[in-house]
Design a protein around this ligand. Structure first.
Ligand code: GDP
Ligand code: ZN
Length: 447
């Protein structure tokens, strides 16, 4: 059941004082509310100077009002923007006045959600708005801007389209069950599927690059208990977030901290020390540590500089699958001198005294700037959920391929449907119903 949407209001500018502050209203009452506050004779997309008044007629502020009639607005609804002075007190008074006149305080993301529901943006584009706002450097901002412009969504739609056409062919062949697929253009379907798979694999690579641009480098701190992982996280983050103790095995949960090195984002995850045995909570912490390690870009291995070999033994092959590794010998303040036989790629630091932290920063900066690779044309931003959805689509398309080889047409058609559905999750665009509608409308088998 659908019912008429209510009218929402929120301050759209950043919290705090500023030269200008903006309030956004969206919904059927947007214009009447603006009029009740004092904006007169609004014309679409024209700036109107107005004195904005409270219930008693007293002026709260003066400013500019802009009316965007439905459906030609960001949300697709009636939208009014009120710009006043950027005083939190004034803006709050205006919000309260709008609420008294029948609006409701908007939830986070609700304007974008309405834009999505009204078909103004697809899901990936709506996510790109948040990514653009949060972008940590120009390259990430440019990539988010491209996703918002639909660059990523169009790539997804193109492959989705190929999958639909393939499925339509396979569905058609099912209705001629006596004929082998080859007489019905099977070779064409198979080569079409190979092309679609190649496109999916390229799309996943590009989305993965976009994800790294957005998320920055993700690193997990690993090493034996008491090596100083939590102390190092604190030293890097400059806070006391992780609990540091000298009882082995106290970091039972995983803790994460996002730090910025020259504008590049680095997420650090502190894990429970790798150690056999321990109590149930500690084992749970270690299970999570292993889980983190399956999806991280970098393992920062922290060992005690006084007994590096014992540290290496404790870590063992637990980090073998992580794409990049950085070895750190901590507690170097307790050494008389850095051993001359220490491997060149090891960074000697002391979380306690700050020794070697500059060098560690430099290494992390190099790793973070390299994580997304070099900038490429048409680069777009993406999220982990998008990469995951593309991987699922690839899995289904591969299964469709092998079902086709065995002439299992129903199973192949089902895998193609699932591949398409996985891609549809990225844009939120294509529901199962429209797909069926398209299949039935483009086919007239006569049954
Ligand atoms: P974790 O188990 O690997 O997270 O280790 P913690 O960060 O909890 O540190 C264990 C103990 O080593 C604490 O008592 C820390 O104060 C101490 N510690 C950590 N880093 C250093 C360091 O660089 N030098 C010295 N002397 N002690 C350290
Ligand atoms: Zn710890």
């Amino acid at each position: 059941m659908t019912h008429a949407p209510d009218t929402i209001v929120a301050i759209a500018t950043a919290p705090g004082a500023g030269g200008v502050g903006m309030l956004r209203l969206s919904g059927p009452q947007a214009r009447p509310i603006a009029e009740a506050i004092g904006v007169r004779a609004m014309q679409p997309r024209h700036a109107h100077y107005a004195r904005l008044r409270d219930a008693g007629g007293e002026v709260i502020d003066d400013g500019i009002a802009l009316w965007f009639p439905a459906p030609n607005s960001f949300t697709g609804e009636e939208v009014v923007e009120l710009q006043g002075h950027g005083s939190p007190v004034v803006l709050q008074q205006l919000v309260a006045r709008c609420i008294a006149l029948g609006a409701r305080q908007a939830r986070p993301g609700e304007f974008s959600e309405r834009a999505f529901l009204n078909g103004k943006l697809d899901l990936a584009q709506a996510e790109a708005i948040a990514d653009l706002i949060a972008a940590s450097d120009t390259r990430a901002a440019r990539a988010a801007r491209r996703s918002l412009d639909g660059v990523f969504s169009r790539r997804v739609d193109e492959v989705a389209e190929q999958l639909v056409l393939l499925r339509i062919h396979v569905e058609a062949a099912i209705d001629f069950a006596d004929e082998p697929l080859d007489t019905l253009g099977g070779a064409q379907v198979r080569s079409g599927l190979v092309t679609a798979l190649q496109a999916l694999i390229r799309l996943r690579e590009d989305a993965e690059r976009g994800r790294k641009l957005r998320d920055g480098l993700h690193a997990v701190l690993v090493g034996p208990p008491n090596a100083g992982k939590s102390s190092l996280l604190n030293a890097l983050a400059g806070s006391e977030r992780a609990i540091v103790t000298d009882i082995a095995g106290t970091t039972r949960d995983t803790l994460r901290e996002t730090i910025r090195i020259d504008g590049l984002e680095l997420t650090l995850v502190d894990t429970a020390g790798l150690r056999e045995g321990g109590d149930a909570i500690e084992r749970e912490g270690m299970r999570r540590a292993r889980e983190e390690m399956q999806r991280t870009d970098l393992a920062i291995v922290v060992v005690d500089a006084r007994e590096p070999q014992a540290g290496r033994d404790a870590v063992g092959d637990s980090i073998a699958e992580v794409p990049q590794q950085l070895w750190i010998h901590n507690k170097s303040d307790l050494l008389d001198a850095i051993p001359s036989d220490a491997p060149a790629d090891v960074v000697h630091v002391s979380a306690a005294t700050g020794l070697g932290l500059d060098q560690l920063h430099a290494r992390l900066r190099a790793l973070a700037s390299g994580s997304a690779g070099d900038s490429v044309d048409g680069e777009f931003s993406a999220r982990a959920r998008h990469v995951e959805a593309i991987s699922q689509a690839i899995g289904h398309a591969e299964r469709a391929e092998s079902e086709l080889v065995h002439e299992h047409l129903e199973l192949a058609a089902e895998e193609l449907r699932l591949a398409h559905e996985a891609l549809g999750e990225i844009t939120g665009r294509m529901s199962a119903d429209d797909l069926l509608g398209r299949i039935f409308s483009s086919f007239c088998i006569g049954k």
